[in-house]
Design a protein around this ligand. Structure first.
Ligand code: FAD
Length: 400
C-alpha cells in the first residue's frame, strides 16, 4: 500500500488533527484513518486547567475545530487504542488481535501523566491530562474544601490558581527549592510564589510526599519530614512521559520520545511523528529535544505532514524556539526559549513589582530565553532573536 492510498494517524488530538488538516490542504486525496484512544473528537487541553475548571466552560468550547470535522473526510475510530506497530508488514495492531494496514503513518500519541504510587486507589486523587479527568476533578473542586497540589509546575500551579478562584483552600508542595523552576528560573519562581501567597495559596518548597492518608477516600498526605497535611482533594502535577510504549518493539529509535530528524521523519520508511511524543532534531540548539507545548505540536504537525506526503529532500528542518504560555490568577505569562537555573536575568520594559515586564535570560553569552507579562511584542521579537543566535548583550541593548 502506498502513502497516497491510506495514511493512518495514531493519536487524534492536537498534533494528529493539525497534521490531517495539513495533509488535506497539501492535496492528499487518499484515505485517512484516525486511531483515537479517547472517546472524544479532538479538543483543546490548555483550557482544562484554566477556563474549564474555574469558568465552567462546556465541552463545545473546547473543540479544536469549530467548523466541524466533516470536510476533512477522515475515518475516525474513537475509543480505539493502537497496541503495536509492525513496520515490515506496514500494519498497526490492536488489543483484539485485529490489524490495520497503512501506506503512511503519523504517530501523535502525545504524553501521559506520571502517577504517584498508591494514589489511584484512593477517591479524591487526580491527575489532569484528558477531558474525562478534568470533568472528574471539576466535580471534586467544591468551594470550602481543601485542595493539595503535588508539584509546582505549570499544570499544578494553574490548577491551584483555578481552585483558589473557586473558593477552595489550596496548598501546593514542591520538592525543588522554588515553584515553576524549570519554566521560569529561581528569581521569577520566587516572584510567582509571592503572587500566590497574595492570593492565599501556600507553596511549600523542598517537600516530598511519603504517603497518602485515608482508607477509601484521600484525607491528606504525609511528607518526608513526617509533617501531615490534611486535604479533601489531591492533584498530582508531577510531569508527563511520552506515550510510546505501544511502539517499543517496532524498531523505532526511542529515547525520551520517538527520535526524529528536523522534519519528523523516523528511522522507519513512511513513518513520521509529531507533538509531545516526538523528540525532533532542532537545528537552533544542535540536538534532539522533546517539547510538551501546544505551539510546538502545531508547528511540527504541518512539517511532518509535508514530509510524509513525499516532500523528502525538499522539507526544511524546523528551527524551533519553544513558546509556551500560562495563566495564573490575573497573570498571563509568555515564555520563549529555554530557562535554566544558572542563567543571567535582566528585567526590562517594566518591573516585576509592577506586574508588567520582559525578563531576558542569557547563557554562554547568548540570549537563551525571555519571559514576558503584558509584553507580547518584545517577547515575540525575542523568539526571533534566539533563533538567530543573538548575544545576550545585543538583546539587552535592543530592549533598553
Ligand atoms: C491541562 C493542560 C493544560 C495545558 N496548558 C498548556 C498551555 O497553557 N500552553 C501550552 O503550550 N501547552 C499546554 N499544555 C500542553 C499541550 O496541551 C500539549 O503540548 C498538546 O496537547 C500536545 O498535543 P499532542 O497531540 O502531541 O498530544 P496529546 O494532546 O497528548 O494527544 C495525544 C492523543 O493520543 C491518544 N493516544 C495515546 N496513545 C494512544 C494509542 N496507543 N492509540 C490511540 N490513541 C492514543 C491520547 O489519548 C490523546 O488523545 C497543556 C496540557 C494540559 C494537559
Amino acid at each position: 500500500m502506498k502513502v497516497s492510498e491510506r495514511i493512518v494517524v495514531v493519536g487524534g488530538s492536537l498534533a494528529g488533527l493539525r497534521a490531517m488538516e495539513a495533509m488535506r490542504a497539501l492535496g492528499h486525496r487518499g484515505e485517512i484513518v484516525a486511531i483515537c484512544g479517547e472517546d472524544e473528537m479532538p479538543y483543546d487541553r490548555p483550557p482544562l486547567s484554566k477556563q474549564f475548571l474555574k469558568a465552567g466552560w462546556d465541552d463545545d468550547r473546547l473543540s479544536l475545530r469549530r467548523s466541524g470535522f466533516q470536510e476533512l473526510d477522515v475515518d475516525w475510530r474513537l475509543g480505539c487504542h493502537a497496541r503495536s506497530l509492525d513496520a515490515g508488514a506496514r500494519e498497526i495492531g490492536f488489543p483484539d488481535g485485529s490489524r490495520l494496514a497503512y501506506g503512511g503513518l503519523l504517530i501523535a500519541t502525545g504524553s501521559t501523566p506520571r502517577r504517584l504510587p498508591g494514589a489511584s486507589a484512593l477517591k479524591g486523587t487526580h491527575v489532569l491530562r484528558s477531558l474525562a479527568e478534568a470533568r472528574a476533578l471539576r466535580e471534586d473542586l467544591q468551594p470550602g474544601s481543601r485542595l493539595l497540589v503535588i508539584g509546582a509546575g505549570f499544570i499544578g500551579m494553574e490548577v491551584a490558581a483555578s481552585a483558589r478562584e473557586l473558593g477552595l483552600e489550596v496548598t501546593v508542595i514542591e520538592s525543588l527549592p522554588s515553584p515553576l523552576l524549570r519554566g521560569l528560573g529561581a528569581e521569577l519562581g520566587a516572584w510567582a510564589m509571592g503572587r500566590f501567597a497574595d492570593h492565599g495559596v501556600d507553596v511549600l518548597c523542598g517537600a516530598t510526599v511519603k504517603g497518602f492518608l485515608g482508607e477509601t477516600r484521600v484525607e491528606g498526605v504525609e511528607l518526608g519530614d513526617g509533617k501531615r497535611i490534611q486535604a479533601d482533594v489531591v492533584v498530582a502535577g508531577i510531569g508527563v512521559v511520552p506515550a510510546c510504549a505501544w511502539v517499543a518493539d517496532s524498531g523505532l529509535d526511542i529515547e525520551n520520545g520517538i527520535l526524529c530528524d528536523g522534519s519528523g521523519a523516523t528511522g522507519l520508511p513512511d513513518v513520521v511523528a509529531a507533538g509531545d511524543v516526538a523528540r525532533w532534531y532542532n537545528p537552533v540548539y544542535g540536538e534532539a529535544i522533546r517539547y510538551e507545548h501546544w505551539t510546538s505540536a502545531v508547528e511540527q504537525s504541518a512539517v511532518a505532514a509535508e514530509r510524509l506526503l513525499g516532500g523528502h529532500g525538499g522539507v526544511k528542518p524546523l528551527a524551533q524556539v519553544p513558546y509556551v504560555w500560562s495563566d495564573l490568577f490575573e497573570m498571563r505569562l509568555g515564555i520563549v526559549g529555554d530557562v535554566a537555573g544558572s542563567d543571567r536575568m535582566h528585567v526590562c520594559h517594566g518591573s516585576l513589582e509592577g506586574d508588567k515586564f520582559l525578563s531576558l535570560f542569557g547563557r554562554d553569552g547568548k540570549l537563551c530565553a525571555a519571559v514576558g507579562m503584558k509584553r507580547p511584542r518584545p517577547l515575540n521579537a525575542c523568539r526571533t532573536l534566539i533563533s538567530q543566535g543573538a548575544s545576550f548583550e545585543d538583546a539587552v541593548s535592543a530592549n533598553a
